[in-house]
Ligand binder design. Structure first.
Ligand code: SER
Length: 590
């Protein structure tokens, strides 16, 4: 069974058990400021785990794009991945421990054909927040598990969540594949790192909410949240040792072999880092909410991934900027499952190439300077935070790159000092950015409201003139002007700019009513309303309709008739980031 068949087998199994298949949400969480990325399938479902009704019902199943950045530096070993897919099923106040465990058991043994003797499971040993989970123990026992296959652990191993600072969480039961080798010590068990036990599935019994003050309160409903790592189980099903040996990675590895003229088995770590980081970068850029490399937040993580991969490509002596070639293979392999990659591919290629080029320009010089810095260290063997920050600030060296250079020379870096300097620097730029854009949509004056409606007309006109694939990549409105970023990979011609302006001005002159409707999400989607849909499951969404021109999901506010905008003028069309253009425009009587 390969990964594609595994996704299907998983979803089909839970469909058969009354679950609804929901799409993978964006990698960039929309309504959760406590996390940068979607790290688990449950994250977009938090409102429903807390009790809101989900339109698709109480039983859900999906595969979800996830990204975890905690262990970027561990990537290169056989199991850590930055980007991964999570297969998951949920009960929102429906079945609980028994239903969940029995279905997991049936899927593992009947569908995936894993022998019960190759499985081991864990349960929560209990503490002041929740009792020892004997119910879970008895259910596994009832299914035929021996006492030597059931292990109790504490908070660290058998409590999951919340995903951010606060939110739903609870005790879990984890399921492991036991490869049959001898225990490495008498205490060896699933929590041991010797490799005998590979975690394949986690069933969380989410019945608590962690509050901001650190306390736990019971949720109004008892939920189940499960997660199975697709890549790991695919390796098991394909009978190979690591995810990198599965069909998901082999074509990527082969492409790197072709580009470098070197063999994977002679440079395992370098190949894995390149393949992992470029897969993560491709999915981040290819998301409908895709981000471009930058100095902040998600954009900064993306930049680190691309730059670290770039340095490893350099180590393999791959000449020129070839990352987009690797991305192309990734998109080819994945776009039947994640069609957004195909939709956004020009943006992916352009952004990756431009970031790679930018970094390549300074990489050699940076490496020479870093060399000198390390030579000058003498006996201290610790590179100061100040010098590490200088490498970052002048040459764009992410901290893990500097740490790796230190490591190769038997030296270390004062990372804490680096991080303090980095934080200070980020806070300064953030304050600058906030100051610059003060008075965005939070300010609902007449002017900003007009500009907001004009933005919808502009979005629609661009789709008409340039391509139906145009997507909003950013929008910012002040009382003076609108600024709209969209995916497009070349300068617009003066004729195109004129055409877009004409369409907007014609709509303004036509005096069309701006109608706000509150409709079920599915219906909005069916009617072709634009906006980023994936993973939004509020029962009802607001759609602003400007008949014959635009229909867009949005929170408002808007003018009531397009005539109120007065007139529209594009002041500037320029590049914003690789593959992203920016239009600045004003409204009024001209
Ligand atoms: N949320 C749990 C996890 O990430 C189960 O999906 O492991």
């Amino acid at each position: 069974m390969n990964a594609k068949e595994l996704r299907k087998a998983y979803v089909d199994f839970f469909l058969k058990h009354g679950h609804a298949h929901i799409p993978s949400a964006s990698l960039i969480p929309e309504n959760d400021p406590t996390v940068l990325f979607t790290t688990a399938g449950m994250q977009p479902l938090v409102p429903y785990l807390l009790g809101q009704k989900h339109p698709a019902g109480k039983r859900l199943v999906n595969y979800q794009k996830c990204l975890r950045t905690g262990d970027i530096e561990d990537v290169g070993d056989s199991s850590h991945l930055t980007f991964f897919e999570m297969l998951g099923n949920w009960s929102l106040g429906d079945y609980f421990k028994e239903g969940s465990i029995k279905m997991s058991y049936e899927l593992l043994t009947d569908v995936l054909k894993i022998d019960i003797n190759s499985l081991a499971v864990t349960a929560f040993e209990g503490n002041e927040n929740a009792p020892k989970d004997m119910e879970t123990y008895h259910i596994w026992k009832g299914l035929g598990f021996g006492d030597d296959q059931i292990f109790f652990y504490g908070m660290k191993d058998n409590w999951w969540g919340p995903a951010g600072q606060t939110g739903p969480c609870g005790p879990d039961t984890e399921i492991f594949f036991d490869d049959g080798r001898q225990k490495c010590s008498p205490t060896c068990g699933p929590s041991c790192r010797c490799g005998k036990y590979v975690e394949i599935w986690n069933n969380v019994f989410m019945e608590y909410n962690k509050n901001a003050d650190g306390s736990y309160s019971p949720l109004s409903q008892k939920n189940v949240d499960t997660g199975m790592g697709l890549e790991r189980v695919a390796a098991l099903m394909e009978g190979v040792k690591t995810p990198y040996d599965t069909g998901l990675f082999v074509p990527i590895i082969e492409k790197i072999e072709e580009l470098s003229g070197k063999r994977y088995d002679e440079h395992v770590k370098d190949f894995r880092i390149i393949a992992d980081h470029l897969r993560a970068a491709t999915f981040l850029l290819g998301d409908d909410m895709g981000v471009a490399p930058s100095k902040m937040d998600q954009g900064y993580i993306l930049r680190r991934l691309i730059r670290r991969a770039s340095r490893y490509m350099r180590r393999l002596e791959i000449d020129g900027c070839r990352m987009a070639d690797v991305s192309r293979i990734i998109i080819d392999r994945y776009s039947d499952v994640y069609p957004e990659l195909e939709r956004n591919k020009e943006f992916v290629f352009a952004s990756i190439a431009s970031e790679e080029e930018k970094f390549n320009k300074t990489l050699d010089r940076g490496l020479r300077i870093a060399d000198r810095m390390f030579e000058d260290l003498g006996d201290t063997k610790v590179l100061s935070g100040e010098l590490a920050f200088r490498l970052y600030d002048t040459f764009g060296f992410p901290i893990e790159l500097t740490k790796e250079l230190a490591d190769e020379r038997g030296m270390t870096v004062d990372q804490k000092d680096f991080e303090n300097r980095f934080k200070e620097h980020q806070e300064r730029s953030r304050a600058g950015a906030e100051h610059k854009f003060k008075g965005g949509l939070a300010d609902c004056s007449d002017e900003t409201t007009k500009l907001h409606t004009a933005t919808h007309l502009l979005n629609a006109a661009l789709r008409q003139v340039l391509s139906a694939d145009i997507m909003q990549k950013g929008s910012n409105i002040t009382s003076e002007r609108l600024r709209f970023d969209f995916n497009f990979d070349r300068k617009m011609t003066p004729e195109e700019i004129q055409k877009v302006s004409d369409i907007v001005n014609d709509a303004i002159k036509a005096g069309i009513d701006v109608v706000c409707e509150e409709v079920p999400y599915e219906e909005a989607k069916r009617c072709g309303a634009i906006g980023v849909f994936e993973g939004k499951y509020e029962d009802i969404v607001k759609v602003y309709r400007i008949d014959g021109v635009s229909m867009e999901m949005c929170g408002g506010p808007h003018v009531s008739n397009t005539r109120d905008i007065g007139g529209f003028k594009i002041q500037k069309e320029e590049s914003s980031a690789a593959g992203v253009r920016r239009i600045k425009a004003v409204v009024g009587q001209f």
